[in-house]
Design a protein around this ligand. Structure first.
Ligand code: ASP
Length: 340
């Protein structure tokens, strides 16, 4: 069923807090047509001022959490962000939150918030592919649309969302597919949550997996996360990458496998040896779409591996890091990959 979001009476506008973390949406270049630029330069106040129509959608406040290109996003910032959002949405101060963020690692932070924010209220991330100073910068309309979604009661209970280029993506499914185009995010396995057209929302579905208020993951007392590495599989890959990761202290390894989470025989043996020592090995895929199933070409039961199901390597890593805070059981972690 398609649900169309409603407009609000001006005197009853919802309160939306914009938490800014940097990215290209806050980026600036020397000229309006220059391809190179520096992300994370423009303040949240300047970004809000660039979108005057937004004040008709919501009572808006802004806060600068960080100002980095998202290639420099850290778990310390993500944990701070999730804690702030939990405090805000747990109070009557905000009816929804928008997080501005670089697009490079947006899917990771979105997935992290999807697992650690404990609220049904909308949490909406947005960013831009073109810096604030560019001709046809995409940031202002993305921000306008993100605020419209965050202010919309119909967005509630759908987990962390990402609004980019008129599309509403779910945190579980979206992925970045183009290095420069404004049409970079797609939701390849399960499709879009909805669309937003100059602030008018339409919803097609709810997330199929557990998220936010249903999530069992907690950041109470958590200041850092266990190290989990991603190893990219390729033809004739050297198996000692597994040893290198373990020797440097990783508690888990996600294999960005070829095809259905594959790796060569030498790496399988080395990974199975690490698994025997208690290192959690998750098979994901370097292929941009499709599931990684258990016991397909690799005998996961015998090797002691976990299959990532629908999660790509970057998101599988986030889930594994949070999972390792509470369990090291292979069966329980496999179940978490089916549930989240
Ligand atoms: N490198 C930038 C970032 O992720 C790219 C972007 O925001 O589009 O911060």
């Amino acid at each position: 069923m398609v649900i169309r979001g409603s407009r609000h009476q001006p005197d009853k506008l919802p309160r939306v807090m914009i938490l800014a973390t940097g990215g290209t949406i806050a980026g600036s270049a020397e000229s309006a047509t220059q391809a190179g630029y520096t992300p994370g330069r423009v303040s949240i106040e300047t970004m809000i001022d660039a979108v005057p129509g937004m004040t008709a959608l919501a009572r808006i406040h802004g806060d600068q959490v960080a100002n980095v290109g998202s290639q420099d996003m850290t778990f310390a910032i993500m944990i701070d962000l999730a804690n702030r959002i939990n405090t805000l949405l747990g109070s009557s101060e905000a009816d929804g939150v928008v997080v501005t963020h670089g697009t490079d690692t947006m899917e990771e932070t979105a997935h992290f918030l999807n697992l650690t924010v404990k609220s049904k209220k909308p949490v909406v991330m947005t960013g831009a592919m073109r810096p604030a100073t560019a001709v046809s910068a995409d940031g202002p309309l993305n921000l306008y649309n993100a605020v419209a979604v965050a202010a919309d009661p119909h967005a509630a209970g759908r987990g962390a969302l990402v609004v980019m280029n008129d599309r509403i993506h779910g945190a579980h499914s979206l992925t970045k597919t183009n290095t420069t185009s404004v049409e970079t995010f797609i939701s390849p396995i399960n499709g879009l949550i909805g669309t937003v057209d100059y602030g008018r929302t339409e919803y097609f579905r709810r997330p199929f997996r557990k998220h936010t208020h249903q999530s069992e993951f907690s950041l109470k007392g958590v200041a850092s996360l266990p190290r989990v590495d991603i190893i990219y599989a390729c033809a004739d890959m050297p198996p000692d990458l597994i040893d290198c990761s373990v020797d440097n202290g990783s508690k888990g390894i996600v294999i960005a496998g070829d095809g259905n989470g594959n790796m060569n025989a030498a790496t399988i043996q080395r990974a199975a040896r690490a698994a025997k020592k208690g290192i959690l090995i998750v098979r994901s895929s370097r292929v941009p779409t499709g599931k990684v199933g258990r016991n397909m070409e690799i005998d996961d039961d015998r090797m002691g591996f976990v299959a990532s199901d629908e999660l790509n390597p970057a998101k599988a890593r986030i889930l594994l890091m949070l999972a390792l805070l509470q369990t090291r059981s292979l069966d329980e972690i496999q179940q978490l990959f089916y549930d989240y």
